[in-house]
Design a protein around this ligand. Structure first.
Ligand SMILES: NC(=O)c1ccc[n+]([C@@H]2O[C@H](COP(=O)([O-])OP(=O)(O)OC[C@H]3O[C@@H](n4cnc5c(N)ncnc54)[C@H](O)[C@@H]3O)[C@@H](O)[C@H]2O)c1
Ligand SMILES: [Zn+2]
Ligand SMILES: [Zn+2]
Length: 368
């Protein structure tokens, strides 16, 4: 079929919205008509050429939500009409990681996904016979996408898809960091560094876990206000002595749980140093620049602090994204404030501009 999609043609250049070909879903694959897609930093990171594993031409986009249009052979868990959220982090439910509670890093299709292929090693995207590669296994800056069944979460059909799409990446990453990776205990003290989509999600996750005190740190007063609305009990304007301020607020000890959601290694260090001696757990969600390293004085660890990394918030996508969306539908998560701009597919590059200008939390592309 023919469809419109935003193609990364050349690194550092605007995406080009154009007509491309999309082939029918093969075994285990599903054709999804996209309704909405968030614009995320990872799309911009790849489009800019900064990502060393990036490739072109490719259709970008990974924060998608839509409706199943048709299914290929051997698909058992989805049917036409189902509402789905796309998962760059799939869940096959069979591999060594999927059957273990400790991780969400499914091994089933990692290698081919990283190369821009569907699991059988080929692409469904093309243009005049020339192959176009998939991005993050999702390629959701497009009217339609073909994806493996194991990378689609079936959600409550009542959930508005322009809100649901935020659960495809940033929001679930933040919520999950608090709920699944750290598994925050009720009554604890938490500190969240960064109040973007991920940090605000972590604040909401700490609140859902019934943390008693939730401190949020950011450079922007507006974002700190948003953090309060998500459940932060205290806010700190970021500075060189943030760690001292946190120690002061916590009787000199530091917090039970800290979360890093900026991608800056200096802030990661602050998050480690703000974790409480004895048992403080620092969860790192931010993605640092290529080659950057985190400096940790071993004494911080000997004295009982722990550091964890979290990809997609530790969320097992097919099982837990639907659960998170149900909690949103129950009124437990306030998603509306995160949706700052609504764009058309043709305006996708404006989404990058808004992100670079720190204007709003998320721009969402709405199709048709
Ligand atoms: N682990 C994952 O699976 C995953 C998924 C999505 C995003 N990410 C990463 O998470 C990070 C955050 O993503 P986002 O969409 O929320 O980004 P964002 O840019 O919207 O938010 C980052 C926030 O950090 C704040 N900040 C900057 N310097 C600071 C400082 N010194 N102290 C405190 N706050 C500071 C900024 O003001 C901003 O509000 C990025 O690195 C992104 O790549 C990771
Ligand atoms: Zn993302
Ligand atoms: Zn798996």
């Amino acid at each position: 079929m023919k469809m419109r999609a935003a193609v990364l043609e050349e690194f550092g250049q605007p995406l080009v919205v154009q007509e491309v070909d999309l082939a029918e879903p093969r075994s285990g694959e599903v054709l999804v008509r996209l309704e909405a897609c968030g614009v995320c930093h990872t799309d911009l990171y790849t489009a800019s050429g900064a990502d060393p594993s990036g490739y072109a031409p490719a259709v970008l986009g990974h924060e998608g939500a839509g409706v199943v249009e048709s299914v290929g052979p051997d698909v058992t868990s989805l049917s036409p009409g189902d509402h789905v959220v796309t998962l760059f982090s799939p869940q096959c439910r069979e591999c060594v990681h999927c059957v273990d509670e400790r991780t969400n890093l499914c091994m089933a299709i990692r290698a081919e996904q990283g190369l821009g292929h569907l699991p059988d090693g080929t692409t469904r995207l093309s243009r005049d016979g020339e192959e176009i590669r998939h991005f993050m296994g999702t390629s959701t800056f497009a009217e339609y996408t073909v994806m493996p069944e194991i990378a689609l979460a079936k959600i409550n059909p009542e959930a508005p898809l322009d809100r649901a799409c935020l659960f495809a990446c940033g929001l679930s990453t933040g919520l999950g960091a608090a709920m699944y990776t750290a598994n925050v205990e009720p009554g604890s003290t938490c500190v969240v560094f960064g109040a973007g989509m991920v940090g605000l999600g972590a604040v909401a996750g700490c609140r859902l876990q019934e943390a008693e005190r939730i401190v949020c740190v950011d450079l922007s007063d507006d974002r700190l206000e948003m953090a309060r609305a998500q459940g932060a009990t205290d806010v700190i304007k970021a500075s060189g002595d943030t760690v001292e301020q946190i120690l002061e607020m916590t009787g000199g000890f530091g917090a039970d749980y800290t979360f890093e959601a900026t991608g800056l290694v200096k802030v990661m260090e602050q998050a480690v140093e703000s974790a409480r001696m004895g048992w403080g757990l620092c969860t790192i969600a931010g993605v640092a620049g290529k080659g950057e390293t985190l400096d940790v004085i071993p004494r911080w660890l000997i004295t009982g602090r722990r550091i964890a990394g979290s990809s997609f918030g530790g969320v097992k996508g097919r099982d837990q994204v639907p659960e998170l969306i149900d909690r949103y539908m129950n009124g437990e998560i306030d998603v509306d404030p995160f949706l700052s701009h609504q764009l058309t597919l043709d305006e996708v590059n404006k989404g990058f501009d808004l992100m670079e200008a720190h204007d709003g939390i998320r721009s969402v592309i709405k199709f048709n």
